[in-house]
Design a protein around this ligand. Structure first.
Ligand code: ZN
Length: 111
């Protein structure tokens, strides 16, 4: 199960395990930061999933790479505002979201 969206993990190419302390900290920090800033449904969900683990690394918590990118990178952009981060980073995030949307919608039509 994906730590971030709670969907099945599926293709191993698109998944990562939380295997470093740094990864775990990044997720927790983003979660806590978002929660501190106010209501954030996604972070509330992620937080409760993270809290269900005693240790993300030892219990091999996994997530989709695209969820991680969407969650961590999008939050960073949103939280820090104008930080001089190149604009194409934002565009590529938007592009990723679009691809994701297309993939989901294409899948629905196939079934
Ligand atoms: Zn996911």
């Amino acid at each position: 199960m994906c730590l971030l969206c709670s969907e099945e993990l599926g293709n191993a190419d698109q998944c990562r395990k939380v295997c470093t302390f740094e990864q775990q900290q990044t997720l927790l920090e983003h979660c806590n930061l978002s929660l501190l800033k106010g209501h954030d449904t996604w972070s509330t969900e992620v937080s409760s999933r993270i809290n269900a683990f005693n240790n993300l690394i030892a219990e091999e918590a996994s997530y989709h790479v695209y969820c991680y990118n969407r969650y961590v990178k999008h939050k960073q952009l949103k939280a820090s505002g104008a930080t001089g981060r190149p604009e194409d980073q934002l565009l590529s995030n938007l592009f990723d979201s679009l691809c994701e949307w297309l993939k989901i919608n294409a899948d629905e039509k196939l079934h």
